[in-house]
Design a protein around this ligand. Structure first.
Ligand code: FAD
Length: 230
């Protein structure tokens, strides 16, 4: 299991990195950069993978306890009636068999657990949640939001699973900016700090890191009854 602060070690200045901080880029190219933390971005040069000819797979994996929550972008938005009942509105497809009011209590539980910072706006297309205070807008963002609102357009900060206040022993974000490399302090939601830590304390969980499931074992009733792993 990765130990934040030891395995991510992103509190580094650009000049401390192999490519002086210029090793970014999108998707797979970024994952292959020697500047990425190999635990967090699996497609590191040391851990290549192949794909079928003419069928490139450009997404990235995270072969580590914590999975992609270690490098996800933390956007935590709610579906609204606009998506769930889109057919009634647009006339295409089928409505989902759920209304926003059915989902809201579950979204609330998740928000309280993961910690989401954002501004409450009352936009019907982007329901508000249980938010910690939103991150302050920088100068350009303030200009942008003001201009959008003058034009009658909704604009707000992305709702992010990134703390602006301490929560359950996790500190608030200190804006070091390397969130996609595994958060050193656990201010961004990831399953290592937020979910597995309390599960481990409950003593009802057995974690088997360094294990790869090779098959799901099925019972005679066609249901999964276990896994075989190496
Ligand atoms: C760059 C990026 C940005 C993203 N941004 C957002 C965002 O802003 N908002 C959002 O909602 N979502 C985002 N996502 C998606 C989100 O991260 C994933 O949907 C989510 O983490 C999936 O969780 P999971 O537990 O299903 O899978 P994963 O996080 O992929 O976890 C699967 C785990 O299983 C392990 N595993 C795989 N195969 C085996 C095996 N055979 N045996 C044992 N273990 C195995 C893997 O190592 C991994 O630890 C983003 C994803 C990426 C890659």
């Amino acid at each position: 299991m990765p130990v934040p602060g030891r395995d991510f070690a992103q509190h580094k200045w650009p000049y401390e990195k192999p490519l002086r901080g210029l090793g970014g880029g999108p998707g797979r190219r970024r994952a292959r950069s020697p500047e990425q933390v190999p635990l967090v971005w699996t497609d590191h040069p040391d851990r290549p993978y192949t794909t079928e000819p003419a069928k490139p797979f450009r997404w990235v994996r995270s072969r580590v306890v914590g999975g992609r929550t270690l490098h996800w972008s933390r956007a935590s938005h709610r579906f609204s009636g606009f998506e769930l009942q889109a057919a009634s509105r647009d006339g295409y497809g089928d409505n989902r068999p759920l209304r926003y009011a059915d989902l809201a209590p579950y979204y609330d539980r998740v928000d309280r657990h993961i910690g989401v910072s954002a501004y409450k706006e009352g936009f019907p297309q982007l329901p508000d949640g249980i938010f910690q205070p939103g991150m302050p807008y920088n100068c350009a963002e303030q200009i942008f939001v003001r201009a959008a609102r003058r034009m009658g357009l909704p604009a707000t900060h992305r709702r992010v699973a990134q703390l602006t206040r301490p929560l359950n022993g996790r500190p608030a974000c200190h804006y070091c900016g390397a969130c996609g490399q595994g958060c050193d302090v656990g201010a961004t939601f990831n399953s290592v700090v937020s979910t597995l830590a309390p599960a481990e304390k409950s003593r009802k969980m057995t974690l088997r890191p360094d294990s790869i499931v090779r098959a799901v074992l099925m019972g005679p009733d066609g249901r999964a009854r276990g896994v075989s792993y190496a």
